[in-house]
Design a protein around this ligand. Structure first.
Ligand SMILES: [Fe+2]
Ligand SMILES: [Fe+2]
Length: 283
């Protein structure tokens, strides 16, 4: 895929990492773990790409775009976060931590993890791009350090474009497969459960073990990190944007779609807010 007309993509070399105002971010542990984890997962997109290309080998448009645009941009996201982490937290051994992450995470990436339906695998990819678009928008809106804000602005725009391309490919494949609302909805929920699962924990674990002298506190620190992330999400996450993106994949008439969207936005806000209240009441 070529970029949209008039669109000029950004390059890592354009980011001035010397201009980072370290004093604004260096004491922010939650930000460190978020950015270190994001750097690991984004750089490993190379593994996904090989799997996806094999899955769509008959679709030349898809394989070209995956190889020449998507993979390059995802790896650039990872390298940007890596460079930022190394600039702000130079004592952190990123290479060692990443090696531990890669050894564990690579075992989870195989063709067997892909949906057998090509249309539904594109739905799963759209869920991932919705997750990254909305999380980076949330972080961007909270960021005050100017270099980080610029990096996040660049990356969130890329993720929204990725969603658009995957959605286009989903529509193309679904013209043949004709999947209805139920299997699409099921594929969305399945991928959402997976996002909440292993990769985040594995990334945190290797960043934490490399940074801390107390490996026995890993689970405690993970729960603390998740609780902090939850608080950020409750206050700043764009729930409307996420639900609207996901529902743009579901073929339903306008009225029930809008009704369901509204209900799910409220439900998602409640589910994220509720654990915080529970913890507060038991402490
Ligand atoms: Fe990305
Ligand atoms: Fe992406």
């Amino acid at each position: 895929m070529t970029l949209e007309k008039g669109h000029r993509n950004w390059r890592l070399e354009d980011v001035d990492f010397n201009a980072i105002r370290r004093e604004m971010v260096s004491s922010d542990e939650r930000l460190f773990y978020l950015l270190a984890s994001a750097s690991f997962v984004e750089i490993l997109s190379e593994l996904y790409t090989e799997n996806l290309i094999a899955h769509y080998q008959e679709n030349r448009d898809a394989t070209l775009w995956l190889k020449e645009t998507w993979q390059r941009e995802e790896v650039q996201h990872g390298r940007s976060f890596k460079a930022y982490v190394q600039s702000v937290w130079p004592e952190f051994d990123w290479e060692k931590s990443f090696a531990g992450f890669m050894a564990e995470y690579a075992q989870l990436c195989s063709l067997a993890n892909l949906e057998s339906s090509r249309a539904l695998e594109m739905v799963a990819r759209c869920v991932v791009e919705t997750g990254t678009s909305t999380l980076y928008r949330c972080l961007h809106d909270c960021a005050e350090e100017p270099v980080l804000k610029q990096i996040l602005a660049n990356i969130k725009a890329d993720e929204v474009r990725h969603f658009g391309k995957f959605r286009h490919l989903f529509i193309e494949h679904n013209r043949i497969e004709k999947k209805g609302a139920l299997p699409i909805f099921h594929a969305i929920l399945k991928r959402m459960r997976e996002i909440d699962g292993e990769d985040g924990y594995i990334a945190f674990k290797h960043a934490y073990l490399c940074r801390s002298n107390c490996p026995e506190n890993l689970d405690l620190e993970w729960r603390r990190f998740k609780s902090g992330l939850n608080a950020l999400i409750v206050r700043h996450y764009p729930f409307n944007m996420a639900i609207e993106m996901l529902f743009s994949l579901v073929p339903l008439p306008v009225f029930p779609k809008k009704l369901l969207e509204g209900l799910l936005i409220r439900l998602a806000r409640f589910l994220f807010a509720n654990p915080l209240r529970k913890r507060a009441s038991t402490s």
